[in-house]
Design a protein around this ligand. Structure first.
Ligand code: HEC
Length: 413
């Protein structure tokens, strides 16, 4: 019963997290596009930097931006902050329910580091807190005076942290923590810098003083970072469903590529929203980076590399008739069925994860492709290798699947 409630709690938290994330990133995309589309022209009210016209939902909108603030404060003012806070809070709740709730399944991989649950959780939380502190200090240090130098330093910083997470956590745990660190930086930028600076500006205006322009510049710098981090953070959060991305030895290089892809895609949209020439080069560049990520995912030692393949149902017969099948059945019933059963015997599991049953011959044939992806070409299953699948077992599963289905060993050559 408690497992079922936990499962539903997980689902509810995820639903909330996706909704708040859409609200946050949606409003962030909107305001960046709005900001870039503003045009300076004659005849605008005093203090207005530029204006723009938009049409949506049957009406026309005339938007103006006051760079510092209007001469008199409006009575009602909408602040955009809860989207960000709620996304971070629901995300942290989710990481607690899932990763800190079952660290043995999702966070710890004993072939990477033999951590106790409390150690893994401690490293995770410390990584998020220290990561923010270092980022914040880098921005405030002399390095932060030059935007381009700062970008380069921050890029290296995030990749190093991502690499460090891959040295202590499962690939999946490392990706979610890198994503969570980026999300923490983005949210902390809002709560610690952008909103407080805006409040200080409003306060000094109300007192009739001239606000310090440095406050606005600092907020702008942080909000630009947030702009370029939105796409990588989404990739890293979603990557959990795609073991090909995280379940490889070179997963930390994939993190680096994702940061660059986040930049190239945003750069295209930022340029068109600003009415500049369209930088078409960003698309082939992004595709090439993506293909490099695909290639990296299956380079390296077989049990750490992986690839996807599709299996038409007609092949099931061949899979079961294979000479390797008896050995495959032994591996699967010995190493997977305790969790992937109609009535799992693994403590804490009320239901087979993702409703993947691996008990009967037909089950094994039906899920052959997933077995191949999750356990032969990646080490995603068993989670944290809890049932100690040997490299030779993974080799067997790979050979069985590849021989019976005629799959090429490598996707890209
Ligand atoms: C300790 C329990 C456990 C064992 C043992 C285990 N799994 Fe899993 N399996 C899970 C959990 C938990 C999930 C859900 C993962 C998630 O939420 O992404 C899962 C998910 C899966 C999925 C679905 C993945 C997806 O994202 O669609 C497949 C396929 C799978 N396991 C195959 C296997 C195979 C093959 C083995 C044996 C080599 C195995 N599992 C052993 C717990 C286990």
């Amino acid at each position: 019963m408690i497992e079922l409630l936990w499962e539903w709690l997980n689902f509810a938290a995820r639903w909330l997290h996706v909704i708040t994330g859409i609200a946050w990133i949606g409003s962030s995309f909107y305001f960046i596009a709005l900001d870039l589309s503003l045009k300076k022209r004659e005849g605008l009210p005093a203090g207005v930097y530029g204006d723009t016209w938009q049409v949506h939902g049957g009406g026309f909108y005339h938007m103006m931006k006051y760079t510092v603030a209007p001469a008199t404060m409006p009575e009602e003012l909408t602040w955009f902050k809860w989207e960000s806070y709620a996304t971070w809070l629901s995300g942290f709740f989710l990481i607690c329910v899932l990763y800190y709730g079952s660290p043995e399944l999702f966070l710890i991989d004993r072939s990477v580091a033999d951590l106790a649950p409390w150690q893994a959780i401690g490293i995770g939380i410390a990584g998020l807190v220290l990561g923010w502190i270092v980022y914040d200090q880098l921005c405030k240090s002399p390095v932060g005076k030059n935007d381009l130098v700062l970008y380069a330093v921050l890029f290296v910083f995030v990749v190093v942290i991502g690499w460090a997470f891959t040295q202590v956590f499962s690939g999946r745990g490392a990706f979610i923590h890198t994503g969570a660190l980026i999300a923490t930086i983005m949210s902390a930028n809002v709560v610690m810098i952008i909103i407080p600076n805006q409040k200080k500006v409003v306060a000094s205006l109300l007192k009739g003083e001239t606000p310090d322009p440095a406050l606005g510049l600092q907020a702008k710098q942080r909000s630009t970072h947030n702009n370029y981090l939105t796409l990588p953070v989404l990739f890293l959060m979603l990557s959990n469903h795609y073991p090909l991305a995280y379940g490889t030895q070179y997963n930390w290089i994939i993190i680096a590529l994702v940061l660059v892809m986040g930049y190239t895609i945003r750069h295209f949209f930022n340029s068109i929203h600003a009415g500049k020439a369209k930088p078409w080069w960003t698309w082939p560049a992004t595709i090439i980076l993506f293909i490099i990520a695909m290639w990296l995912s299956q380079a390296g030692p077989p049990q750490r590399g992986e690839e996807a393949a599709s299996l038409p149902n007609a092949v099931s017969q061949k899979l079961v008739a294979s000479a390797d099948f008896d050995a495959v059945r032994d591996v699967v019933t010995g190493r997977c069925s305790m969790c992937h059963a109609r009535e799992p015997v693994w403590e804490g599991l009320a239901h087979a994860p993702k409703s993947v049953y691996l008990e009967e011959d037909a089950d094994i044939a039906r899920h052959a492709e997933q077995i191949y992806v999750q356990a032969a070409r990646s080490n995603a299953m068993p989670p944290g290798n809890v049932t100690e699948l040997e490299p030779a077992d993974r080799e067997l599963l790979a050979r069985w699947y590849e021989m019976a289905t005629g799959q090429p060993r490598h996707l890209l050559w």
